[in-house]
Design a protein around this ligand. Structure first.
Ligand code: 6R9
Length: 655
């Protein structure tokens, strides 16, 4: 039977009160009733949720205003709150000795626990440093840090004083960092001397130094000592984290923020070459992140939540930092990689810290599955209740392996579909309520009015058994409010393609049982190991190389990384294709401009690219050639030079 027809019921163990805490939502009927309320009466539903989950220094009067039609969504108007108060103070007051962060360092024997009491002091002190450097509400602060507890402290210190943080994934190159710091005119960069990952050192501070050479907005760099390496410090600009924080008071009053005040920016890739700073605001975002930790991960007091993402991506923002901490939970911060020192690392981590919710990406699951079951066997994984997947569609083989070998058939698998722009999960099962299917993100979360649209007419495809593009009909609390400095781009990317809807950029089907299957991007965004990249961004990196005349980047299927990058490159006249190192140089070029995670897997040095007579590149043809579907290229008569196709096919076959 195909995966589409096989339903996996909620594991009986989760509904047995002698084995597990009672799930917040316990049956399909209960989910359906709550979902109905959330759609029919969102003011009441989200008004109550926001009062239950968040602490307000001034209550809100209006639950929601504006929406998708005009791109002016606003939630919890007139309310005031502070994210760091919600994540730290109130828990530090109630349970100061409770562990907030379990830091699982690169070397397994260097773990460290941080209590809510300690976290409050660290956050206040760093907030004091930022204040002393002149940072005020609304200023932008860049965070370029390895996966160490101070990274979380950095998020919360910014939030405490109302500064807008912009975290840049520490795998980005100096040039990529520079562009993002410039775009938001960040005044401070919070960083570390070096990073540590899989036993290797990363020259974090040197990358920052390189980047800020052309960032006149940067006045201050605060450097945390991760390894104690000797790094250059520029007097008057660079300061040691510990020296500065030790001069600050243990307490600093949190700045009261309006619900709609910005909390952070996070750059993500779209269809064009320049990344956009997606902006999230305070109350709606915090509500989305915490409500999904509560309901989607069924997080109960005492649970140990382990999200394996990097804090540099949205998954880290919502499910390492804000979601678990708003709930007063314990979050695991994992600095290493799944295969260091060996492929049991994840499972040792689960056993050591008695993890209850574990969250990773299909690419990691596939890579570990390939290495063999022996790495999972023999570890005590009995604490696990919920296993999450995120970042890309999960293929059934990986889903089954996760369910059988890791979950032993006793855990709920939650395949959570969402995006940087959605802030929190929008399509996902709930552990105690929704039977799953291998590869389907299943059903919409509360308040998400999902629509599948005909891509051409934009008409909503109602009923089941339909395929089209995935959209949402109504604004929800954690939807991004704008693109930093470019509201027009926000409207054009998300709201104008299908007026009245939020457009996700993904294709999807709703099967005959009403389950949603997300198929992947329908735009020029590619997904490599769950990292979102735009083809245009990689193309513009390649074109900066002096030998390159023209290029076309394509996402090709890959067994481990989901997609990988193939680049077709036409060289400038006079440049020899046979220079041995040119392909290597081009790969280095991409690493330099974007970062190692964007490296092309294959480079084809070709004479020409398939273009229409009007000069439009036909990527579809390149995609088909790479997929080995040269026999179904479709109509190629519109090409300026159809003979190029046979040449390209030969080229790809021979390489
Ligand atoms: C959270 C995150 C978003 C894109 C999204 C889609 C893909 C994420 C998925 C999934 C199928 C899932 N995606 N989760 N596709 N099933 N469970 O990854 O955010 O980096 O912005 O990427 O990732 O294509 O549009 P982001």
């Amino acid at each position: 039977m195909s995966e589409e027809h096989t339903l996996f019921p909620v594991p009986a163990r989760l509904l047995d009160p002698s084995q597990c805490p009672e799930p917040y939502v316990k049956s399909l009927e209960e989910y359906q009733e709550l979902y109905r309320q959330s759609i029919e009466n969102p003011d009441e539903f989200f008004g109550k949720l926001a009062t239950d989950l968040l602490s307000w220094s001034k209550p809100f009067h209006t639950v929601q205003h504006g929406g998708l039609e005009h791109g002016d969504t606003a939630w919890f108007l007139d309310g005031q709150l502070n994210a760091s108060y919600n994540c730290v103070d109130r828990h530090a007051l109630a349970t100061p000795d409770k562990i907030a962060i379990i830091y699982e360092a690169d070397e397994p024997n260097q773990s460290e626990n941080i209590t809510y009491g300690e976290l409050l002091r660290k956050v206040c002190q760093l907030a004091g440093v930022l204040r002393a450097r002149g940072i005020r509400k609304g200023d932008t602060v860049a965070i370029y840090m390895p996966m160490i507890p101070e990274a979380i402290v950095a998020f919360l210190a910014c939030a405490r004083i109302g500064a807008v943080h912009s975290v840049i994934f520490a795998g980005f190159s100096a040039e990529a960092l520079r562009d993002r710091v410039q775009d938001a005119a960040c005044r401070v960069v919070l960083t570390a001397d070096q990073g540590k990952r899989g036993g290797k050192s990363i020259e974090t501070k040197r990358i920052v130094d390189d980047a800020v050479k052309s960032c006149p907005s940067v006045e201050t760099i605060i450097v945390c000592q991760r390894t104690g390496a000797d790094v250059p410090m520029t007097p008057g600009r660079d300061f040691w984290w510990n020296e500065e924080t030790s001069k600050c008071m243990n307490y600093l009053t949190p700045e009261p923020m309006n619900s709609e005040d910005p909390l952070f920016l996070l750059y993500t890739s779209g269809s064009t070459g320049t990344p956009k700073g997606v902006l999230h605001t305070t109350a709606g975002y915090l509500l989305g992140a915490s409500a999904t930790v509560k309901y989607v991960f069924d997080y109960h007091p005492g649970d140990i939540f382990a999200c394996m993402a990097d804090v540099g991506w949205i998954t880290g923002h919502s499910y390492i930092v804000y979601g678990p901490l708003v709930l007063g939970g314990t979050t695991v911060l994992f600095e290493s990689i799944p295969t260091y020192p060996n492929a049991s690392r994840y499972w040792e981590l689960v056993a050591k810290h008695k993890v209850t919710q574990f969250y990773t990406a299909p690419t990691a699951i596939r890579a570990l599955r390939r290495l063999g079951d022996e790495w999972v066997e023999g570890h005590d994984l009995s604490s696990l209740r919920v296993l999450g997947s995120v970042g890309e569609p999960i293929n059934p083989e990986a889903w089954h392996w996760y369910n059988d070998k890791v979950g032993k058939g006793r855990c709920a698998i939650v395949d959570t579909y969402w995006q940087t722009e959605t802030g929190s999960h929008i399509i996902t099962p709930l552990p105690g309520a929704i039977a799953t299917k291998a590869g389907s993100a299943t059903v919409p979360f509360f308040g998400i009015d999902v629509a599948i649209l005909d891509p051409v007419t934009g008409k909503e495809l109602v009923g089941n058994d339909v395929t089209g593009v995935l959209a949402v009909k109504k604004a929800w609390p954690s939807i991004a409010r704008t693109v930093y400095g470019n509201h027009q781009r926000y409207l054009e990317t998300y709201l104008k393609p299908y007026p009245g809807y939020y457009f996700t950029g993904d294709g999807a089907s709703r099967d005959k049982d009403g389950y949603i299957w997300v198929r992947g991007r329908v735009d020029d965004v590619i997904n490599v190991s769950g990292h979102r990249l735009s083809t245009a961004e990689i193309e513009s990196a390649l074109i900066m190389h002096h030998s390159v005349a023209e290029t076309a980047v394509i996402g090709a299927a890959d067994d481990v990384t989901g997609q990988c990058i193939h680049a077709f490159v036409c060289l400038k006249p006079g440049v020899s294709k046979h220079s041995n190192d040119l392909s290597k140089e081009l790969i280095l070029q991409v690493r330099k401009v974007i970062g190692p995670f964007a490296s092309p897997k294959k480079i084809y040095l070709v004479e020409d690219l398939p273009k229409t007579r009007s000069g439009k590149l036909m990527r579809r043809i390149l995609r088909k050639i790479i997929a080995g579907e040269s026999d179904s290229l479709g109509d190629i008569s519109t090409l300026a030079d159809p003979s190029i196709v046979a040449i390209l096919i030969k080229h790809v076959e021979n390489s």
